[in-house]
Design a protein around this ligand. Structure first.
Ligand SMILES: Cc1cc2nc3c(=O)[nH]c(=O)nc-3n(C[C@H](O)[C@H](O)[C@H](O)COP(=O)(O)O)c2cc1C
Length: 157
């Protein structure tokens, strides 16, 4: 089994959206190699139209450049990125997505893939006290066989 097949076996039916890219960050990369069913629903496109694209296809006018710069820096440094971005399902249907993106390294320590857990969030009412995470909440609370494992990996935390 290849790593992508292992991820497919684990993640295909997960309620959390999962997308895997290669490690080539220079434009037009990175290239999407795997997306699960929840990612198809999140971005509103069939997987056949998702594979081979860069994840930039969901970006639009209100996708904030400073957050993308932080994202790009984290990827280049081989670090985890946890943040919130405005993305688009179609030209006009925007949503806020929480992204937890991590490098997958081989035994030599080289990054081979990036794997991102994603879920749609909504802005909380009022002015919650705390960091940026306290300003958003997931639109759906998911609980499936992968949920306890994501907790162990501190996904979205
Ligand atoms: C695994 C992975 C998933 C990503 N998912 C998204 C996403 O859902 N939405 C988004 O706007 N950018 C996403 N990105 C970030 C873009 O691909 C790109 O890295 C970002 O725009 C910063 O690079 P740039 O400054 O060259 O545009 C993802 C990147 C990776 C590696």
């Amino acid at each position: 089994m290849t790593l992508l097949e292992v991820i497919h076996a684990f993640a295909h039916d997960s309620a959390v959206a999962i997308v895997v890219t290669d490690a080539k960050l220079e434009k037009p990369g990175p290239t999407i190699l795997y997306a699960n069913a929840a990612f198809e629903r999140l971005v509103g496109k069939p997987v056949a139209e998702i594979l081979g694209n860069s994840p930039r296809f969901m970006q639009g006018r209100e996708t904030r450049r400073p957050v993308l710069d932080n994202f790009a820096q984290a990827l280049a440094a081989g670090e985890r990125f946890h943040g919130y971005l405005t993305n688009y399902r179609a030209a006009s249907h925007k949503y806020v997505v929480e992204i937890d993106c991590r490098p997958l390294r081989n035994a030599d320590g080289q990054i081979e893939y990036f794997l991102s857990f994603q879920r749609e969030v909504a802005r909380r009412r009022g002015r919650p006290w705390g960091g940026v995470a306290s300003r958003f909440e997931p639109v759906a609370v998911s609980s499936d066989s992968l949920t306890p494992n994501l907790k162990l990996l501190s996904v979205f935390e």
